[in-house]
Design a protein around this ligand. Structure first.
Ligand SMILES: N[C@H](CCC(=O)N[C@@H](CS)C(=O)NCCC(=O)O)C(=O)O
Ligand SMILES: [Mg+2]
Length: 503
C-alpha cells in the first residue's frame, strides 16, 4: 500500500507545519489506502455524514432555500480532513478568550471612550452614526437592564514570518458557525475513526469542540437570570438566511437541554408585533421576551427603512437582555479594535500587567487614517499596498479592500472632501499565514488546493450587575480558504468549514 495519511502530517510537537512535509498532498498525490484513492472513499462518507447530522446550508441555486427550512439544503462546504495547527498557538488563543470577554465588557461600560473613539467615524459613516445615536438615547433614558450577555468569536491567523498568533478581528454580534463549526469537528473525528488505523491519524489530535452547547448554555443562563419562566428568547433574523441551520441548531439545543422556546423575527416583524409593557418589558404579540439574540442588524442592509431603526431602538429600550446590547455592538467595531491597540489604552481597562502583555502580543499592526500623524502610514500603504488591508466599520464579510486597490482607495479618499472619508476606515497589517494543502468539498465536488486558515475562538460572557456568571472560551471554528483569495467568509462563498489537527 502507499503512504498513509499520517505520514502526510508531521509528528506532533514539531512546531510550525513544514510545508515540505505536506508536499505530497499539495501535488494532488493521493495517499493510497487499500488500492483505493483515499479521497474517493472518504468524500461520499463525509457527504452522507454531513447530510445526516445537519451540517447543512441553504443552496442558493434553489429559490426558496433561504426562507423555508428543509427546502433546498446542501451540505455546508467543508475541508475533508482537519488542518494541521500548532498546539501551542491553539492554547494561546484559548487563554485569550476570557481576557477579551472582560475587555469588551469594560470598554462597553466606558461610554465616553466609545463615543470619542468613534466621533470622527460618525461624520464619515452614517451607519455607525445611527448606532452611536441609539447608544446616546439609551444612556439618556437610563439603562434598564444590568444583565449583559456576550456570544463572541475572536478570529486569528498564524503569521508565517514571525510564528505569532495575530488577531484578525473580534466579533461581538452575530458570531456565526458555533453549531456548524462544532459539527465539522465531529465529522473529522468520525472520518478518522471510520477510515480505521490505515489513516494513521488519531482522533485525539482533533480537539473537542463544544461551541454549540456552550452558546446554548449562555442563552439559557441569561434567560434564567432575567427570571420570568414564561419568557421566550427572540432571535432577530434576516428574511432570507442561507445559514439558518446554524441558527436552528441553537434553538433546538435551547429547547432540548433547557425547555426554552426561541422565536425568530425580522426587524420589520419586531416593529409590527412588538411593544413595551408598563415596566419596559418586551412583548412580541402576547409573548414576553427575556433575551434578544441578534443574527441580523449588523449591516446597513438590515435597515432598509426607518422602521427597522425603530425596531432596533424598541429592543434596546426594553428590559430584555440583548446579545449584544448597543454598547457591546459598538465595542466590537474595527475602529475600537484599532484604538485599543494604541499605546496606553489597554492600561485603562486592565489592572493586571501580565494580562495586558498577553492581549497586546496578539495585536497586528493597526492604524487610524484621520490622525495628524496618519500621513506616514498612508504613504507607506500607497507604496506597498500588499502589506495592508483597508477596513470599513462593516460586518458580514466582503467589505475589506486588499492589494493594489488599497492604494487606489486611499488616494481617492485622501483627495475627496479633504480626506474626511478616511475616518470611516482603519488600516491593518495584512497577515500571511502558512500555506497548507487541503481537500475542499463544495456541492459534492472535491479539489486539493493550497490554502490558508483562520482560527475563530468562541467565548461566552454573562454578567448581572456585579455578579460575573459566565466568562469562558466556548469552542472554535476553523475557516480554510484558497491561499490566493483575498476575502474570507464561508457565507460569502470563499472559505470552507474546517477543524484542527494539533501538531
Ligand atoms: N448569516 C448570518 C451571518 C452573520 C455574519 O456575517 N457574522 C459574521 C460576524 S458579524 C461572521 O461570523 N462571519 C464569519 C462567517 C463566514 O465566514 O461567513 C448568520 O449566520 O447569522
Ligand atoms: Mg466580523
Amino acid at each position: 500500500t502507499g503512504m498513509t495519511l499520517a505520514s502526510a502530517y508531521p509528528p506532533a510537537g514539531t512546531g510550525l507545519v513544514k510545508h515540505s512535509e505536506l508536499e505530497t498532498l499539495s501535488q494532488g498525490v493521493i495517499p493510497q489506502v487499500n488500492d483505493e484513492p483515499v479521497v474517493s472513499v472518504l468524500v461520499p462518507e463525509a457527504l452522507s455524514w454531513s447530510s445526516l447530522h445537519g451540517l447543512v446550508v441553504g443552496n442558493t441555486s434553489h429559490e426558496r432555500s433561504g426562507t423555508i427550512p428543509g427546502v433546498g439544503l446542501v451540505h455546508a462546504p467543508f475541508s475533508l480532513l482537519p488542518s494541521p495547527f500548532p498546539r501551542q498557538a491553539f492554547s494561546q488563543a484559548i487563554e485569550l478568550a476570557p481576557l477579551f470577554n472582560r475587555l469588551i465588557d469594560r470598554v462597553s461600560q466606558d461610554a465616553n471612550f466609545l463615543q470619542q473613539a468613534l466621533a470622527r467615524t460618525r461624520k464619515a459613516d452614517s451607519f455607525t452614526a445611527r448606532l452611536l445615536d441609539i447608544h446616546l438615547q439609551i444612556l439618556d433614558k437610563g439603562v434598564k437592564q444590568e444583565i449583559r450577555l456576550g456570544l463572541h468569536r475572536s478570529d486569528y491567523m498564524l503569521d508565517m514570518a514571525t510564528g505569532n498568533l495575530l488577531q484578525v478581528e473580534l466579533n461581538t454580534i452575530s458570531s456565526s458557525f458555533a453549531a456548524l463549526g462544532s459539527l465539522v469537528t465531529s465529522l473529522h473525528r468520525h472520518l478518522i475513526n471510520w477510515s480505521g488505523d490505515r489513516s494513521g491519524l488519531e482522533a485525539k489530535n482533533v480537539p473537542e469542540n463544544s461551541a454549540a452547547d456552550t452558546f446554548a448554555e449562555a442563552l439559557a443562563l441569561a434567560w434564567k437570570e432575567y427570571g420570568d419562566n414564561r419568557a421566550v428568547v427572540l432571535m432577530v433574523v434576516r428574511e432570507e438566511e442561507r445559514n439558518m441551520y446554524d441558527q436552528y441548531w441553537l434553538a433546538l439545543k435551547l429547547f432540548k437541554s433547557y425547555g426554552i422556546k426561541l422565536i425568530r423575527k425580522t426587524l420589520s416583524q419586531v416593529i409590527a408585533e412588538g411593544k413595551l409593557g408598563s415596566n419596559n418589558e418586551l412583548f412580541i404579540g402576547k409573548q414576553v421576551v427575556s433575551v434578544v439574540y441578534y443574527r441580523a442588524g449588523y449591516s446597513p442592509d438590515d435597515y432598509p427603512s426607518e422602521s427597522e431603526w425603530d425596531a432596533r431602538l424598541l429592543l434596546e429600550l426594553s428590559t430584555a437582555v440583548k446579545c449584544p446590547n448597543i454598547s457591546y455592538h459598538l465595542a466590537g467595531a474595527k475602529k475600537i479594535q484599532q484604538e485599543l491597540a494604541k499605546p496606553g489604552i489597554l492600561e485603562r481597562f486592565f489592572e493586571n500587567k501580565q494580562e495586558i502583555v498577553k492581549v497586546r502580543s496578539c495585536f497586528a499592526g493597526l492604524w487610524s487614517l484621520e490622525d495628524e500623524n496618519s500621513d506616514e502610514i498612508i504613504k507607506e500603504a500607497i507604496r506597498n499596498p500588499e502589506g495592508f488591508v483597508l477596513k470599513p466599520q462593516r460586518e458580514g464579510g466582503g467589505n475589506n479592500t486588499y492589494g493594489a486597490d488599497v492604494s487606489e482607495k486611499l488616494i481617492q479618499l485622501r483627495k475627496t472632501d479633504g480626506g474626511v472619508g478616511l475616518a470611516a476606515y482603519i488600516l491593518m497589517q495584512r497577515i500571511f499565514p502558512a500555506v497548507h494543502p487541503a481537500y475542499l468539498v463544495h456541492d459534492g465536488i472535491w479539489s486539493c488546493k493550497e490554502t490558508i486558515s483562520e482560527l475563530g475562538i468562541f467565548s461566552t460572557y454573562l454578567r448581572n450587575g456585579k455578579k460575573e456568571v459566565l466568562n469562558k472560551e466556548a469552542g472554535y471554528l476553523l475557516r480554510t480558504k484558497v491561499a490566493d483569495s483575498n476575502e474570507g467568509g464561508v457565507a460569502a462563498g470563499y472559505a470552507v468549514l474546517d477543524s484542527l489537527y494539533l501538531i
